[in-house]
Write a protein that binds this ligand. Structure first.
Ligand code: PBG
Length: 324
C-alpha cells in the first residue's frame, strides 16, 4: 500500500497539524435571560447551568463571560405576565426591562457586543411572534412589521449592536433596515434568523421565558423541517433585504442546511445551537450516558466544519472555560 491515510493520524501532534477546524471563544455567542427584580439568579430546570438573571446579577455574568473571551451575548427578556398584551406594547417601552438591561450591560462592559431579539412572543399575551388578528386568529404579516420595527428602534436606542429578528415574518429584514436607517442607526447590524424552522427543540427556551403560544403552533411562519430549498430561498431574500449575517436554527439537525447555504452566500453564517440541543447533552451527561464535555466540543466543532462562522450556544461559557 502506497497510500495510508492513518499516517496523518499517528500522533496528537500530527493530528493537530492536519486539523481543519477549531472552535475558539471568538466563534461563540452566549444567550442570556433577564428578568425583573434584584439579586435573582433563577435556575432553568430544563437547562442545567443556565439561569434567569435580574439586571444586577446579569452584569456580573456578562463581565465573567467577557473575561473568558466571549465577546458577544444574545439577550432574551422574561416579561412579567401582567405586562403582556396582544400588541406587545411593552416591547417599545424605553424604560422597560429589556432596554434597561441593554443599557446596564453596555455601561458595565462596553466592549461586549450585545445582540437583541426582535419578535413579539416574550411580550405577547398570545405567545406568538407576530400579531394575532382577534377576529380570525391568524398571525398577520404586515401589521406585525410596524411593531417589529419600533421594537428594533427601541433596542438600538438602548445600545444594541446587532438586531436579531427571530419572527420569520415576510419582508421584515428590509423593513427593519429602513426603519433603523431612518433613525440614523445605519451602524446597527442585522443578524437575521433567516432559516428558522418550526422545531420541538425550542421547548426549554419557551419554558424559560414562559412564551409558548397560547393557541396553535408557529407553523404558518416558521419553516417546515422537511424542506431545504425553502431555507435557501429565505436566506437569500434576507441577504437582498440587507441582512449582515444569516442564521440557521436549530443547529444540530440542520447541518445540511448550513453546508448548502455556505455554497450560495458569501455572508457570514451563524448557527443557533438551541435550548433542546443543550438539554439533550446535559440530561444524558447527568445520567452518565454521555461524556457531556467531549460531546459539547464535538458538536460545536461540527457547526464550524459544516460552514458556520459563529455559533450561538448555551455552552459558550463552558467551552470558553475549557479552552482558556
Ligand atoms: C422566539 C425565539 C425562540 C428561540 C429564540 N427566539 C423560540 C420560538 O421561536 O418559539 C428559541 C431558542 C432556543 O430554543 O434556544 N422568537
Amino acid at each position: 500500500m502506497k497510500i495510508r491515510p492513518r499516517r496523518n493520524r499517528k500522533s496528537e501532534a500530527i493530528r493537530a497539524l492536519i486539523r481543519e477546524t477549531i472552535v475558539t471563544p471568538d466563534d461563540l455567542i452566549a444567550p442570556l435571560f433577564v428578568l425583573s427584580g434584584k439579586g435573582i439568579k433563577d435556575p432553568i430546570s430544563s437547562m442545567p447551568g443556565q439561569f434567569r438573571f435580574s439586571v444586577d446579577l446579569l452584569i456580573v455574568e456578562v463581565k465573567q463571560l467577557y473575561s473568558l473571551g466571549i465577546k458577544c451575548i444574545s439577550l432574551f427578556p422574561a416579561i412579567d405576565e401582567h405586562l403582556k398584551d396582544s400588541w406587545a406594547k411593552e416591547s417599545t417601552n424605553p424604560d422597560g426591562l429589556y432596554p434597561r438591561a441593554i443599557r446596564a450591560i453596555k455601561e458595565a462592559c462596553p466592549d461586549m457586543v450585545v445582540m437583541t431579539d426582535v419578535a413579539m412572543d416574550p411580550y405577547s399575551s398570545d405567545g406568538h411572534d407576530g400579531f394575532v388578528d382577534p377576529k380570525t386568529g391568524e398571525i398577520v404579516n404586515d401589521p406585525t412589521l410596524e411593531i417589529l420595527a419600533s421594537m428594533a428602534i427601541t433596542q438600538a436606542q438602548a445600545g444594541s449592536d446587532i438586531i436579531g429578528p427571530s419572527d420569520m415574518m415576510d419582508g421584515r429584514v428590509g423593513f427593519i433596515r429602513s426603519a433603523l436607517d431612518q433613525e440614523s442607526f445605519e451602524g446597527v447590524s442585522i443578524m437575521s434568523y433567516s432559516s428558522k424552522y418550526a422545531s420541538s427543540f425550542y421547548g426549554p427556551f419557551r419554558e424559560a421565558l414562559d412564551s409558548a403560544p397560547k393557541s396553535g403552533d408557529k407553523k404558518t411562519y416558521q419553516m417546515d423541517y422537511a424542506n431545504s430549498r425553502e431555507a435557501i430561498r429565505e436566506a437569500l431574500l434576507d441577504e437582498k433585504e440587507g441582512a449582515d449575517i444569516l442564521m440557521v436554527k436549530p443547529g444540530l439537525p440542520y447541518l445540511d442546511i448550513i453546508a448548502k447555504l455556505r455554497e450560495v452566500s458569501n455572508l457570514p453564517i451563524a448557527a443557533y445551537n438551541v435550548s433542546g440541543e443543550y438539554a439533550m447533552i446535559k440530561a444524558a451527561s447527568e445520567k452518565g450516558w454521555l461524556d457531556g464535555e467531549k460531546c459539547m466540543v464535538e458538536m460545536l466543532t461540527s457547526f464550524k466544519r459544516a460552514g458556520c462562522d459563529m455559533i450561538i450556544t448555551y455552552f459558550a461559557g463552558e467551552m470558553a472555560r475549557l479552552t482558556s
